[in-house]
Design a protein. Structure first.
Length: 410
């Protein structure tokens, strides 16, 4: 297949950015929103939770529906749902003094989360359908770049919005969703969807069940590493923000330093995606290098003093390793799972990663009461992840023991 125009990748890349911005952009806005809406800190937290819970839970449904009805159709339904939620929340901001304004805003946030759950699994499935071979590897690496960019810019956008008016946050989310909707409608054509007639629903269901039952030993390291990696990365970042606040206490520099690990993640994801050549042995090689860097970073956090410069250096190692690992895992998954099942498999993969993002700060917030317990608990998780990968190594991504099924080949 020939080269695809860059704008197709751009509009597909907006889908994971919308998910990230829909959650992370609101973090710096919460204190002022609490004051203006006269709500408690717990109620303010619900402005994030009401988005993330339906989004995470509905990610698998979005993938399943995209396999059955096509990626493009689901995107053209899910994006307007996000826009409807933004409109409802924006109406609530105009009635901040009204008693039920907060409840109305929560309803809008839940609707936004429902739409976000629909678009989240689509990006990698879109890429896997449109691109092939080395182009697919590069495209999947680029998707991780979009993910990283979204994580880096979301708090910055929130700060800019806060300088104007936090109510504009819903207008911004509405605008970027509309922009993605128009782009996919005009430029991402039907060849990015799955033909339902080619893969009947019952056969696809049987294939997926068989896939997980027989080939769990190569799915497990990809899924497990995705959730543990995201859990630790955002847990470390949560603690790092606390560490910076206690030592530097400058919001601008704190934001810059927090962006450095995410920048490392983005750069290494991009370079790895560009360098992958479509060989299964290379996926395993890059995966092992990334896991090694993550392990080194976690060990450095244990060994070095818990000071912000040492922690930043350790976190850079961890983020670089995770950045290398993600495109290799994505490419391995895309090359093994057949086209009719990609949306479903990638949806479960995306859900697990998002749950890692959501749970990491929560658990690290508890562990921070005892910093020694925190660093050793994190080290235990990465060591456990390494053991799982080593156990599954002969079968990852498709080893000699896993041959014998048409599902292992495109």
């Amino acid at each position: 297949m020939g080269a695809r125009p860059g704008y197709i990748m751009f509009f597909i890349g907006l889908l994971p950015i919308i998910m990230v911005i829909g959650n992370s952009m609101f973090i710096p806005l919460l204190p002022q929103m609490q004051i203006d809406l006269a709500i408690t800190t717990v109620e303010g937290g619900w402005l994030l939770t009401s988005f993330s819970i339906p989004a995470a839970l509905l990610v698998p449904l979005g993938g399943i529906l995209s396999d059955r009805f096509g990626r493009r159709k689901i995107a053209l339904i899910a994006l307007p749902i996000i826009m409807i939620g933004c409109f409802i929340s924006a109406i609530a901001t105009m009635k901040a003094e009204v008693t039920n304004a907060f409840q109305l805003m929560l309803i809008g946030r839940v609707i936004q989360g429902v739409g976000a759950g629909g678009v989240t699994p689509l990006a990698m499935a879109f890429i896997s359908d449109i691109y092939h071979g080395e182009q697919r590897n590069r495209a999947l690496g680029t998707i991780e770049v979009f993910n990283g960019i979204g994580k880096v810019i979301s708090p910055i956008i929130g700060g800019v919005v806060l300088a104007l008016s936090w109510s504009l946050s819903f207008v911004f989310l509405f605008a970027i969703s509309l922009f993605a909707l128009v782009g996919i409608l005009l430029f991402v054509q039907t060849d990015a969807t799955v033909s339902i007639d080619q893969v009947p629903y019952q056969k696809r269901k049987k294939n997926i069940t068989y896939l997980f039952k027989i080939h769990w030993r190569w799915l497990l390291p990809i899924f497990f590493t995705g959730v543990i990696g995201m859990f630790l990365l955002f847990g470390y970042l949560f603690y790092f923000s606390y560490l910076l606040e206690m030592t530097i206490a400058n919001s601008l520099w704190n934001g810059i330093f927090l962006a450095v690990p995410l920048f490392m993640l983005t750069i290494f994801s991009y370079m790895t995606g560009r360098g992958l050549k479509g060989k299964e042995t290379q996926y395993k090689k890059v995966f092992s290098y990334g896991l090694l860097f993550m392990l080194i970073g976690a060990l450095m956090i244990v060994i070095l003093p818990l000071q912000w410069m040492a922690f930043l250096l350790s976190l850079m190692f961890f983020s670089a390793g995770f950045g290398m690992l993600l495109p290799a895992a994505n490419s391995a998954l895309a090359s093994i799972v057949t086209k009719g099942e990609r949306g479903t498999v990638f949806s479960f993969y995306s859900m697990l990663r998002f749950l890692g993002v959501a749970l990491g700060p929560l658990f690290f917030g508890i562990w921070m009461m005892n910093e020694e317990q925190m660093v050793f608990s994190a080290l235990f998780l990465i060591c456990l992840n390494t053991v799982v990968v080593l156990y599954c190594w002969p079968c990852f991504p498709v080893g000699k023991e896993c041959k014998g099924t048409e599902l292992s080949r495109l």
